[in-house]
Design a protein around this ligand. Sequence first.
Ligand code: NAD
Length: 263
Amino acid sequence: MKIDSSTVAVVTGGASGLGRASAEALAAAGAKVAIFDQNADAGEAVAAEVGGIFCKVDITSEEDVVAGFARSREAHGQERILVHCAQVSRGGKTVSFDKASGGYRRYSTEDYLFSANGILIASYRMASLAALGMASLDPLEDGERGCITLTASVAAQEGQVGQIAYGSLKAGVNGLVLPMARDLMDLGIRVNSIMPGVFATPPMLALGERNPAVFEGLAKSVPFPKRLGKPEEFGSLVLELARNSYFNGQNLRLDGAIRMGPR
Ligand SMILES: NC(=O)c1ccc[n+]([C@@H]2O[C@H](COP(=O)([O-])OP(=O)(O)OC[C@H]3O[C@@H](n4cnc5c(N)ncnc54)[C@H](O)[C@@H]3O)[C@@H](O)[C@H]2O)c1
């Protein structure tokens, strides 16, 4: 897909980290960008920086997301690109020892449902509502109407201890990709996911401040380059996935060849 000032993009989680880098990359290529995020202060600031708009959206609320799309489509027109980066989840082991009670506790079904809403259900919601809107767009070259990029994680393939929900639900995000690309093939809408390794975004940088040794070790565990990923490297792949119409139905690792161990 050729990206220019007529291209409209929606980026969830665009107020920070990988979403922000995606919004910056798309805007630098000329696209009009709407940022969907819960964090209004940061979201407004990024929207102003990229010359786009901010929509306060909680991705776990159908009502919020529908209203966000309505607002962004009114301002910019129907999006051809969706980049979905936001997620919310709770960590925890399937069964762990609880020092306070002196017994074992499990990661509850309620916790799992919370994470499923914040990762898998939200990914389906964002992608399917974007596709519904894209269906009414005029086709471009080769009949292409749109491009959806979801965000999984290397944890989808190597979930670590404490990542029962995150790992399995990010695998679910990867699982959406091929059947959705097939469902949408007659509409010319492509669907891919990116599995980031370890990236230098605010949550990871905060971990580094709390525990510099763990952070150092993490950086060294990347075969090459021996450092955390730069958010702009993620943004660059988002842009390439939109531009290169032959990417479809694919789960792509972006990880410096890291393979996560159990812990
Ligand atoms: N950073 C990494 O190393 C890494 C590795 C693997 C996967 N990922 C994935 O990449 C994505 C982005 O992560 P990041 O590191 O950039 O995080 P981040 O915290 O920097 O950004 C996430 C953004 O999502 C927003 N958000 C959170 N809950 C939301 C909700 N319910 N509704 C709307 N917005 C919400 C936050 O306000 C924030 O702006 C996530 O899906 C994460 O699982 C990140």
